[in-house]
Each structure stands twice: as C-alpha cells, then as structure tokens.
Design a protein. Structure first.
Length: 365
C-alpha cells in the first residue's frame, strides 16, 4: 500500500437486501438483489478475514435485515476473533428468541436499531409492516437487558419530523446510549420518494432548535447525533469521510463500492470480491481512485479552503442533481447549481401531503 493511502477504518457489509420492512426512505439501490445472488457463508468469512488483514477496525453488519442470514453468528465470531469491532444494524423485527443472546455470546459489540416513527402508526406506515413498532421496542429492551450498547437510529422526513421530541423521550425510556436524528439522504428508494419525504423549511428549523436544546440538556445521559438535511444546508457533508478515504461498503453479491449509492454513477465499474482481493480493490480499483483525494476536483472546489474538510461533498448527490458525478455537490452554496436545491424543496412541498409512497420491494422498482 502506498504511503499516502491509509487502510480503511470502517466497512459496511450489506449481507442481504431481504428485509421484513419496505421503508420508503431506504437507501438501498432500486435494483435489489435476490437471495440467490448473495455471497455464501464461506465467501463472507473469507472477505471478513481479508478485511481484517487490510486493517479494517470496525464492521457494520447491515442489509436489508442482516439477521435474516442464519450464519450471522459465524460472521460475528470470526470478526471478534480478529479483534474487529462489530455493529449490528437491524430493523429489529422478526428476531427469533435467543438470537440476540447468541450474537452477544459470539462477541457482538453494539446494536443500532432503526425506528421509523416515535409512535406505532408512523413506524407501520413508513415501513409498511403492521406490528413492527412493538417488535422494535421489544428488541430494544432485549438488547439493553443483555448489556449491549444500543443506538436508536431515527430517519427523519416530512412524515415524522414533528416526532423528534417524542423520539428523544423514546430513546431515553428504552435506555439507549445514543440517538441518531438522521435526516434522510436522498439516494436509492428515498430519491424515488423525494417529493413525498421532503420536509418544509420551518419544520427543519424547529427540529434543529429542539435537537440543540436536547443535546445540551442530556449531555452525559444520552448522546444525540444530528445528521443535517443536505437540501437545507449551505455546505455539504464529507460523504463517507471522503470518497474511498476512511470507509467503503460491500453489497450482498460481494461488489465493493465507496458508498451505498455509488452504483448510480454510470461511468464507473465496481469490482467484486472474489474476482479481485479487497486490498487490490481498495488500492487499485479505478472506481475507488476516480474521486479519491482532491486531484479530480474542478473549480470552485479546486481552490476552496474547505476541500479537505468536505472533499467536495457527495458524488452521488452531484450525479443525481447536477447529472455529473465530478461536479461540486449542489448542497454547497458555492455550487452554480445550489439554487436547484431550493427549487426541489419547493416542488416537493407543493405536491399534496398524500402518502404517495413507492414502497421498497425486491423486483418492484
Ligand atoms: S431502511 Fe427499512 S427497508 Fe431499508 S433495510 Fe432498513 S429496515 Fe429494511
Ligand atoms: S466549493 Fe467544494 S470544497 Fe468548497 S465548500 Fe463547496 S463542496 Fe466543499
């Protein structure tokens, strides 16, 4: 590995696209992979061994719903043996009795549970799954009882933005250590449902005040992370800490990508683990090198003092809004296309509040 390129810190392993929920904000790709395309147990184990060799320190076991993989305990146990920190990202629905205990005993370090609404009707509407809310709360209780650290992930959009105070109360009552108030990123199914999900500006401003007040009031009791909504921002976020810089992800079929939406960039070709080693992909893949560092940047990023802060923002958002993955992220006020964000907010807010949802389904984009 070259001196300039460090090993990745984190890896998101999307073990499967199967999921009992059909969330309208899901960031999975529109073309979801069926079970027969998923890597085998042996292939995932080999991949995790290589990830540890490469220097990955933490692996997020995600999906879809990762607990649908019966071999999850084997993955956790392999990673624990290699000293890699494991975080289970789960919808918390349909987890069999005794499963969380087995995962803890295998060495699982942390659980991140997504909750779609602070109240049952919202969770059930957004995830299109009756009874999901109660099952999630039960999962949260089991995780805490077993002594595993719990993060509640609350993906925020127009249909639950007024529930932010109730999300804070819920996280406290469940004994969570951390709450993520994560405004939806418009990729995958969320991009398809953007008009139905986009909140109004006043609601966003109220939300920021509520979160800031709670962060200071609950310091030392509940850590609250805030993922700001890009469309309302003046500067973009450093997506994934910069393209192929700190982290990457692996899709259920072993395809390695710098981020979960990178497959929407049609000029890039992404390689699969098995055809090439993870190390070779990390170091040499043309797709990983396409937007690494700042050498690819055009103006205004090229001469911007923030270019090593946000790395030009999100390449997939540039693709989705500017139609050019090499453009400055339109979330940035210095982008010539920044005003398009306000136009898109206005267009979304002018459509009726009806639940015109396209639910995430395998084979039904
Ligand atoms: S966002 Fe919803 S549908 Fe998508 S993987 Fe998570 S729980 Fe499943
Ligand atoms: S011009 Fe580019 S580097 Fe500068 S703040 Fe905007 S996106 Fe970031």
């Amino acid at each position: 590995m070259s001196d300039a390129l460090l090993p990745p810190i984190g890896m998101l392993a999307e073990l499967t696209h199967r999921c009992p929920l059909q969330c309208v904000y899901c960031s999975n790709p529109l073309e979801l992979l069926k079970a027969d395309k998923e890597l085998s147990t042996e292939a995932w184990l080999a991949l995790f061994e290589e990830a540890a060799d490469l220097g990955v320190l933490q692996i997020h076991l995600s999906g879809g719903e990762p607990t649908l993989r019966p071999d999850l305990e084997q993955f956790v146990s392999c990673l624990a043996r290699r000293g890699v920190y494991t975080n289970l990202i789960t919808a918390g629905v349909g987890i069999a009795e005794g499963r969380i205990e087995r995962l803890r005993d295998a060495g699982l370090d942390h659980v991140q549970l997504s909750i779609q609404g602070a109240h049952a009707p919202t969770t059930e509407k957004i995830g299109n799954n009756r009874g999901a809310h109660e099952k999630k709360l039960e999962t949260a209780r089991r995780v805490v009882e077993l002594g595993l650290p719990l993060t509640i992930n609350a993906p925020i959009h127009r249909h639950n933005i007024e529930e932010v105070p109730a999300f804070i109360d819920l996280a406290l009552s469940l004994g969570a250590e951390r709450l993520e108030i994560a405004n939806v990123q418009y990729a995958g199914w969320a991009l398809l449902n953007r008009n139905a999900l986009m909140p109004g500006r006043e609601a966003v401003e109220r939300q920021v005040e509520i979160v800031e007040e709670a962060q200071s009031r609950l310091r030392g009791i509940l850590a609250i992370d805030f993922v700001a909504p890009d469309y309302f921002a003046i500067y973009p976020k450093a997506c994934m800490g910069g393209w192929a810089r700190d982290a990457f992800m692996v899709a259920p079929d072993g395809t390695a990508l710098p981020c979960h939406a990178a497959g929407t960039i049609p000029t890039l070709h992404f390689e699969r683990f098995g055809d090439r080693s993870l190390t070779d992909i990390w170091v040499n893949s043309p797709a990983f090198n396409a937007f690494r560092g700042d050498g690819w940047m055009l103006e205004p990023c090229r001469s911007c003092e923030r270019r090593e802060v946000d790395w030009g923002g999100c390449r997939c958002q540039a693709m989705a809004i500017a139609g050019d993955a090499a453009a400055t992220d339109p979330a940035c006020i210095r982008s010539p296309l920044h005003s398009r964000m306000a136009t898109l907010i206005g267009e979304a807010n002018s459509v009726s509040d009806a639940d015109d949802f396209r639910y995430r389904r395998i084979g039904r984009a």
